[in-house]
Ligand binder design. Structure first.
Ligand SMILES: [Zn+2]
Length: 78
């Protein structure tokens, strides 16, 4: 299956809705995007996914890491 975000053919079904299989969740093995089958076509359809949010697999290694959370500030006396 084609990933809507990075257009790689590496997306697979992750799971079904537990009770009635009324929805499915898919996961891309390249960019780790996940989506539910019941979401809007702007999320689920590679052709309708907004170009400005697409990722290129060749550039994934260059993306910045999420900044670490700094240590908590010591609370002063009140
Ligand atoms: Zn992807």
């Amino acid at each position: 299956m084609i990933c809507p975000r990075c257009d790689s053919n590496t997306a697979e079904k992750l799971l079904d809705a537990p009770k009635d299989k009324s929805w499915e969740v898919f996961l891309c093995q390249t960019c780790w995007f996940s989506w539910r089958s019941t979401e809007d076509e702007a999320v689920t359809n590679p052709a309708k996914y907004d170009e400005k949010f697409k990722l290129k697999p060749a550039e994934l290694d260059k993306l910045l890491a999420i900044p670490p959370i700094p240590p908590l500030k010591q609370s002063g006396t009140m």
